[in-house]
Each structure stands twice: as structure tokens, then as C-alpha cells.
Design a protein around this ligand. Structure first.
Ligand SMILES: Nc1nc2c(c(=O)[nH]1)N[C@H]1C(S)=C(S)[C@@H](COP(=O)(O)O)O[C@H]1N2
Ligand SMILES: [Mo]
Length: 419
């Protein structure tokens, strides 16, 4: 069990019962909504199963994914498993800040979404209400964790040590957040959203949210920001937010609240869990690697930078000399479209253009492909570099070091053995 790199401190305690564990015991009872008669017999460090339950075998739910930590559960997808136009549920990465809710069929049937705050008419909606009262849309939307690529930052930054695989592009079905907010009637004071969900803080304390982020109203009113109740023509996978989640594509994945229960409209920038301090924020100016940056100099991350992956072949592939083989991947660029994808086989000295598909819709990743052939046996690498429509290009090495290691959009490369 590794929680060293997570944003939250582990609640595991050892040794005699401490004041903290007694407080925590009270928290467990509160979280469960009932007393725990034998609480004093529960050894410190053991979390009640009803709160602690992670899937018994997450690896079986998502075969082939790399588990970065199990409390909270975080799993990333190796690039070669992302070689699908639409990411399947079994291959979608998992980023949890707390403990996913344990839901019964009745919980799902009785799910409510509350829209309140700076609105004329607060709403309290069931999923059936959403489906009946608003237009249903399906869009391919990429979701990337802002910390994707963190493990390549030097000096190392704390947090999940993602390499390249905290990215997905599934087809989400739901209603536009915009339509729901317009129905509720935004007041003039509406400035920012605040997202609430049914997962539990690692401590079990019901007063604490594992994460509660928000987005500026302008992003909330964007036609591609969805309240989703389906994915890839079926239910959203349990670990990815079933039965209801927000999808605010192109921005840090943390803006896409899973297990969504509420959207509060605020008259100021939201200050919920992981909105302030160093979380999902970067220095407002470039800093030397390793610099300690005061919270007041950090700004909230909005659109993510241009990035790409080589999804086929798998790194380490063996091909015959003179043998042609297909190279494929995906590219995406926050709020922008990708304009070009180039490939290098000489360690970045020269580049050739690959064929790049247009996005299926705005915020869908764009697939790219080319064919390669190496006449001479030996060790080669394939590097991929995307450029967005504003002219921004992926760097070869991590750009702009920042304290928490966000926004690393360095190029992806794979090894090829030509025999
Ligand atoms: N309720 C809730 N929503 C959440 C999170 C969470 O811990 N709890 N993690 C966020 C983060 S940091 C990311 S990157 C995305 C990941 O989405 P996925 O786990 O479906 O891939 O979910 C976001 N939504
Ligand atoms: Mo994230």
C-alpha cells in the first residue's frame, strides 16, 4: 500500500490508540450515520469495510493497467492499450482522491443532482428528470489528469507518479451543463461552479470532501461541458463515476467531478478541496526547478497543453529489416485542435508529417497514423510531436518545472528493435 505520493495523508495509524484515532472513530460513526457499538475493539489503522472498500481486485476490472496506489486507487493505462479511437471502459485510467462510494441499486435509482447557489430556481433532479427534460447529446471527450507525466519532473514532484497514461477519450452521453444552468436561471452574480460528489475522504470524515473543484461560468456554459449518465453506449464504469459525472474536457481531469451530486453556483472563485494552495495550481511566473513557491503566487490551471501518444506499436517492438509497419497514435490540445503531428526516427534531428484525422467533435482526441520501414538492423526510436492550431509544440523534455509537477506535455517516444 502506497499513499506516500498521494495528495492526502494516509489515515493509517500504528501503536496504541491515539487521540487522533478516537476522533477518527467518531468520524467513522458519523460517516456511516450510525453508532459503531464495538468501536473500541477496532484496531487503529483499520477502516470500517463500508468506508474502506476498494474493488477487491481493481486489476481484474481493468486488466493491463498499472496500479500506482490502492488507497486511494489510482491506475494508469499503458500507451499501447490506448490504441482505440474511443477508449473502452476497461482501459480508462482511474484517478481517485478519496474512496469511491459503495452504491446499491436503490442508491442509483434514487440519485439526485442538486443545482443551487447563485440561481433563480434551485433544482433537485433525478437522472430520469435529466433525461426527460433536457436534450441528450453524445460526444467524444478527452479527459486527462493535470499530473499526467509528473514522473519525469526533476526534481521529483509529490503526487501520483503518472507516466503517460492518465488520458482517455470515451464517448460520453448526457445533457449539457449549460441547458441545466439556464433552466435554473443564473443570477448576475454567478461566477464559478462548485462540484460535490458522493465519494468519501480518506479519513472517513464526512465533513471533508476528497475533492470539490469548480470551473468558471464561461467553461460551464460551453456546449461541450456535459453532465454525463452514460459512456460508450452503456453505463459509466463504477470507478469512473457511475451513475453521474461532469465532463469538462480539455481542462484538468479534476474539473470533471465523478459521482456527481451537486453543482453549486458561486459568486466567487470556488475554494473547495483541491482548489487552493498548491493543488492543481502552477506558479504565475516561470520558476527554477525546486523553487518553493508561496500559495499566493500560484494560479489555477485551465486548458491543458498540446500532447500526443504513440499507441502502436508497443515500445520494445521487434520488426524485420526492410519490413513496413504501421505507426499510430492520438493527439489532443486542451481547448484547441491539433494542427499537425510529426514523427522523428533520428532522435529529433528531422521530422516527417503523419496523417492526422480531424476530431470527431471538438474536444475529441485526434488519431494519427503513418507507415515506417527501416532498411538497416539496429536500435531505433520513434518520437512523436504534436502542434496545436495556435502553433504551440510539444517539447522533447519536461517544460516549466512547477512544485506539483503539472502540465508535462513532453514528447512520447518508443523503442524499436530492427532485426
Ligand atoms: N468525485 C470525484 N471526482 C473526481 C475525482 C475524485 O477523486 N472524486 N478525481 C478527479 C481527477 S483528479 C481526475 S484526473 C479525473 C479522472 O477521471 P477518471 O478516474 O474517470 O479517469 O476525475 C476527477 N473527478
Ligand atoms: Mo487529476
Amino acid at each position: 500500500m502506497s499513499t506516500k505520493n498521494s495528495d492526502n495523508k494516509s489515515s493509517t495509524l500504528s501503536g496504541p490508540i491515539s487521540r487522533r484515532s478516537l476522533l477518527q472513530a467518531g468520524g467513522f460513526a458519523a460517516a456511516l450515520g450510525m453508532p459503531i457499538p464495538f468501536i473500541e475493539k477496532l484496531a487503529p489503522g483499520i477502516i470500517p469495510a463500508a468506508l474502506a472498500q476498494a474493488p477487491r481486485d481493481p486489476a481484474a476490472l481493468k486488466p493491463g493497467l498499472t496500479i500506482l496506489g490502492d488507497r486511494p486507487l489510482n491506475m494508469e493505462t499503458p500507451p499501447h492499450l490506448l490504441d482505440e479511437d474511443i477508449t473502452s471502459g476497461a482501459r480508462m485510467f482511474v484517478r481517485n482522491n478519496g474512496l469511491p462510494p459503495i452504491l446499491t441499486d436503490a442508491d442509483i435509482e434514487n440519485w439526485r443532482l442538486v443545482i443551487d447557489g447563485e440561481v433563480e430556481n434551485p433544482l433537485d433532479l433525478s437522472i430520469v428528470d435529466l433525461q426527460r427534460d433536457f436534450e441528450t447529446v453524445s460526444l467524444r471527450l478527452q479527459i486527462e489528469c493535470a499530473g499526467n507525466g509528473r514522473r519525469f519532473m526533476k526534481p521529483a514532484a509529490r503526487g501520483n507518479q503518472w507516466s503517460f497514461g492518465a488520458i482517455s477519450c470515451a464517448e460520453w452521453t448526457g445533457v449539457r451543463l449549460r441547458d441545466v444552468l439556464l433552466r435554473a436561471g443564473l443570477k448576475k452574480s454567478a461566477l464559478y461552479t462548485a462540484h460535490h460528489s458522493a465519494d468519501t475522504h480518506l479519513s472517513g470524515d464526512p465533513e471533508k470532501a476528497p475533492i470539490s473543484r469548480g470551473i468558471p461560468i464561461i467553461k460551464a456554459l460551453e456546449a461541450h461541458t456535459l453532465i454525463a449518465f452514460g459512456m460508450n453506449g452503456t453505463a459509466i464504469p463504477a470507478l469512473n463515476g457511475h451513475p453521474l459525472r461532469l465532463v469538462a474536457s480539455g481542462w484538468p481531469g479534476s474539473c470533471s467531478q465523478k459521482w456527481l451530486t451537486g453543482i453549486e453556483i458561486r459568486d466567487r472563485v470556488h475554494d473547495g478541496a483541491k482548489m487552493t494552495g498548491q493543488s492543481y495550481r502552477v506558479p504565475a511566473y516561470p520558476v527554477a526547478p525546486g523553487t518553493v513557491v508561496p500559495d499566493t503566487d500560484m494560479r489555477i490551471i485551465e486548458a491543458l497543453p498540446v500532447k500526443s501518444l504513440i499507441t502502436a506499436p508497443q515500445t520494445g517492438v521487434r520488426v524485420g529489416a526492410g519490413e513496413a509497419f504501421d505507426v499510430r497514435g492520438a493527439a489532443w490540445a486542451g481547448d484547441l485542435a491539433v494542427a499537425a503531428l510529426d514523427i522523428s526516427v533520428d532522435f529529433g534531428a528531422s521530422w516527417t508529417r503523419a496523417r492526422l484525422d480531424p476530431p470527431a467533435n471538438k474536444y475529441a482526441w485526434q488519431r494519427w497514423r503513418t507507415e515506417l520501414r527501416f532498411a538497416q538492423a539496429g536500435y531505433y526510436e520513434i518520437w512523436a510531436r504534436a502542434r496545436d492550431e495556435a502553433g504551440n509544440m510539444q517539447p522533447a523534455i519536461p517544460p516549466g518545472w512547477n512544485p506539483r509537477g503539472y502540465l508535462n506535455n513532453m514528447q512520447h517516444r518508443i523503442a524499436v528493435f530492427v532485426l
